[in-house]
Design a protein around this ligand. Structure first.
Ligand SMILES: Nc1ncnc2c1ncn2[C@@H]1O[C@H](COP(=O)(O)OP(=O)(O)OP(=O)(O)O)[C@@H](O)[C@H]1O
Length: 517
């Protein structure tokens, strides 16, 4: 069984069940399956065969769901790319992935027009219309590009359905996902059909997603967290996806209220924006039985505040692109531990090891490594990086963690972000947790900077609710809660913190800016 077959099976058994809802319109599994077959037929007519690569420059609209499942049905490989990357970033990924077809939102038409010469391997651009003026704009394209451009809507209405069944094995690539480059140049993690199916199934079981669930999809779908947790896992269960095209707290509350959504998944900054929104009526969120946090560390103070305000349980999990992504989650039917990423999900093993790769005792910090059917095949065209990441079937995550007696894991921080002050280790996260617990602080990030006396120093950047507190007072507050060497030497108040499009705070940007000063 694979993802495509499973969705087809649900459509055969319960065609009238709602697969997704978008802008107030419901689409049934029967209709979804039909669109997938037709679009797979269209891709086939465009020359896409098993093993070919198709890049997506799409956001949270039905185009993504149809394109993904059509590509999978043909046995081709999907390469979801963040559509708001710069033209150079997009060109790098599209070229590196050897994509033959690019499926793009119409807003990217100017980019297609400009960038097509830099993308020699791309034979066709399929443009997804969301604006009535798109057809006219397509007609006015220069001849050299026009010949390569097709309309998604037209292909969907005029193509014959793909009637065949691609011969897909568990080890075939389903998706190549480029890591966002928070810590370096994007690398394409090759995730197989087996990887994606098993992780979606294990997550769905572990979080008890049922066919009656309505799962809010506002996390960007081109990112691995969304792909498994709010796209594949609900579809495997025959549940309903509530597509929210662009995250705003207002849109999420409106969508949960209108659809009586039962599951919400977000990164911590989303929870923070929702919590901070003034005049919110918590009853708008009352239908949500489970809130899922992942992608970066959920500050403990925010977890408690959010749970109290909205009377909902937050289950924090952990993962990375290379692991499809989920390895741990706080369980639904057992204790949820604040500050922990929970226990290993079914079929996946997590272990904390020292520099030699030996498991460390309970409570001791080491690198988190992962083994299971979710671990990627490798990085596309990067055998050396693959060898460095996977040793004896264990994926080295680059994250420091510890585990308790009950098997709950705690992410201490990224290995690369650890600060060494005069020989002492400081994990930015523990300083951030203290800052987050201060009532005047809305956001906080901590980075290490070179220091002539101590090698490195601790530096904090905060966003404040108001000006009720000074930097000196915040430093005094830190001194009350932290050992002296962990207290930020330098603190700065900013209007906002730099974030990537998934909402993760970019410590590296803060560091780069500080070094340039
Ligand atoms: N619950 C969590 N707590 C702390 N960190 C988390 C959590 N969930 C995910 N992360 C962090 O996110 C990382 C995985 O993110 P992802 O695969 O999206 O790549 P990225 O970090 O955005 O980009 P890059 O790999 O290029 O740095 C993990 O390795 C970990 O550092």
């Amino acid at each position: 069984m694979n993802l495509g077959e499973r969705v087809h099976e649900i459509a055969q058994q319960e065609a009238g069940r709602i697969a997704y809802t978008f802008m107030g319109k419901d689409t049934t599994y029967g209709e979804f399956d039909q669109s997938v077959s037709k679009f797979a037929g269209a891709l086939q007519d465009l020359g896409v065969e098993k093993g070919d690569h198709v890049a997506f420059l799409l956001s949270n609209t039905p185009h993504f769901l149809i394109s993904l499942y059509a590509t999978l049905r043909l046995g081709a490989t999907a390469v979801p790319v963040n559509p708001i990357y710069s033209p150079d970033e997009i060109a790098y990924i599209v070229n590196n992935s050897d994509a033959k077809v690019v499926i793009a939102l119409d807003a990217l038409l100017p980019l297609v027009e400009k960038a097509h010469q830099a993308l020699p391997a791309v034979e066709t651009y399929v443009i997804c219309e969301t604006d009535p003026s798109t057809a006219e704009k397509m007609a006015q394209l220069p001849e050299a590009v026009k010949g390569k451009v097709r309309s998604f809507t037209q292909l969907l209405t005029t193509s014959n359905a793909f009637g065949g069944t691609a011969d897909i094995s568990q080890d075939d690539n389903a998706v190549i996902l480029y890591t966002s480059g928070t810590t370096g140049k994007p690398k394409g993690a090759m995730l197989t059909h087996g990887n994606l199916y098993s992780n979606a199934q294990d997550v769905a079981e572990y979080l008890q997603i049922t066919p009656d669930d309505r799962v809010v999809a506002t996390l960007p779908v081109f990112h691995v967290f969304a792909l498994t947790v709010v796209v594949n896992a609900p579809l495997l269960q025959g549940a309903t996806i509530v597509l929210v095209p662009r995250f705003t707290p207002q849109d999420v509350f409106a969508a949960t209220k209108a659809t009586k959504a039962t599951v919400f998944a977000g990164v911590p900054t989303m929870f923070n924006f929702m919590y901070q929104l003034p005049d919110v009526d918590p009853s708008d969120f009352a239908s949500v039985r489970l809130a899922i946090s992942g992608g970066s560390a959920m500050p403990v103070a925010l977890l408690h505040n959010f749970e109290d305000k909205f009377n909902v349980r937050i289950s924090e999990g952990y993962g990375l692109s290379e692991a499809s992504p989920v390895t741990c989650f706080n369980p639904i039917d057992r204790e949820r531990k604040a500050g922990s990423i929970g226990t290993s999900i079914t079929n996946v093993e997590n272990k904390v090891v020292n520099e030699l790769g030996d498991e460390v005792p309970v409570g001791e910090v080491g690198e988190l490594i992962v083994r299971g059917p979710n671990v990627m095949k490798g990085y596309y065209k990067m055998p050396e990086e693959t060898q460095a990441a996977i040793k004896d079937d264990w994926l080295y995550t680059g994250d420091l963690a510890k585990v308790d007696e009950e098997g709950y894991f705690y992410i201490v921080d990224r290995k690369k972000d650890m600060i060494i002050v005069g020989g002492y280790n400081v994990y930015p996260r523990e300083v951030e947790e203290v800052l987050f617990a201060h009532p005047a602080i809305v956001e906080a990030a901590v980075v290490g900077l070179p220091d002539a006396d101590f090698g490195e120093s601790v530096n904090a950047y905060v966003v404040l609710k108001d000006d009720s507190v000074s930097i000196e007072e915040l430093q005094e507050y830190c001194a009350e809660h932290l050992a002296k060497y962990k207290v930020p030497r330098h603190m700065e108040i900013l209007n906002e913190l730099p974030k990537n499009t998934t909402g993760k705070i970019l410590r590296r940007s803060l560091k780069d800016q500080a070094v340039k000063k």
